[in-house]
Design a protein around this ligand. Sequence first.
Ligand code: CP3
Length: 358
Amino acid sequence: MESVATVPRVQHDPVSDSRFLRACRREPVDATPIWLMRQAGRYMPAYRALRERYGILDLIKQPELAREVTLQPINAFDLDAAIIFADILPPLEGMGLALEFVRGEGPLIHNPVRTAADIEQLRTPSPEEALPFTLEAIRLTRAELDPRGIPVVGFSGAPFTLACYAVEGGASRHQATVKSLMMSEPAAWDKLMTKLSTVAGNYLLAQARAGAQALQLFDSWCGELSPADYANYVLPYTRRTIEIAKAGGVPIILFGVGTGGLLELMATARPDVIGVDWRICLGTAFDRLGPEFAVQGNLDPIALLATWEATRERAQTVLDQADGRLGHIFNLGHGILPQTPVDQVRRLVEFVHETTRA
Ligand code: CP3
């Protein structure tokens, strides 16, 4: 079994000694690293300005623009990692699904997957063929951030969360269509999840090869599953995705929402870091996962909408829960909200660094 200690270190690379990558490897740090999920986005005036001229898919598919958006939060705050600007859904386009982001409504798939025949039709193109723009955006961003010592995080949707959008065709509260397909048609489900894990795994690997120094797998919807269904119908494919991505030799973060019932199962997929939301105490997550895993999280993003006093109190609780353990990466428990005041983000980043500085 691979453990975090076997993640190879790139020689003579100052970024490799960054707080964030050291924490991923559970090495001592000079201060707790912090980055925020969805740190590039609508809460930033600079992002909103670009979005007046470009659609989100334009920003993603033009590598210079994707680099610019990736760097916006890095230039505004003292963040410890950059996440490449992209989305979890473009890989579905390469598989043959028609994706659109509808203003004010979120993503829409015009030809959702509903039958075994639909699943049969899905393609699994290489990431170099289907997603060259994000690989190029990573190369461009690395060139900017290497001299500044800041690592670049690549990412993909995990197979189950990708299946949720592919089958539901957009946002869904209960994931009723995808879950009933999973429960009713195990053979078709296996085909779908095998294809999705191939696409996600190869995409993560290609991002590492393009220069991403860590990879995050977003399984935003896996908390909707019972532990038994997660273990039988999702975990094998998450594990396969991570196995493929491991050839990239960089730390892998597995993130999910509402995963208090699933943590030990998620750990068997052998990521290096597990990301948790605020519905579980960070200390409990550390204790349950044990010394082989770093833990990322877990401030409630709503805390950033409250008074600074209330934000600070909750950020302090996260740090108290981490209790100086090796391998804590400060983050939110889910993506930052568009209505977040920029000043709150600046203060949070300063607070985490100042409070934890050795
Ligand atoms: O974190 C970053 O800064 C990198 C960029 C990033 C985006 N999406 C850009 C984006 C990342 C990591 C994501 C992940 C993502 N996308 C997830 C997993 C994380 C999570 O939130 O659970 C999911 C489920 C998606 C799918 C998605 N993309 C939805 C449901 C929506 C619409 C809802 C919303 O927040 O607007 C998007 C659009 C999207 N992706 C935006 C951004 C900045 C906002 C769109 C805009 O600019 O209009």
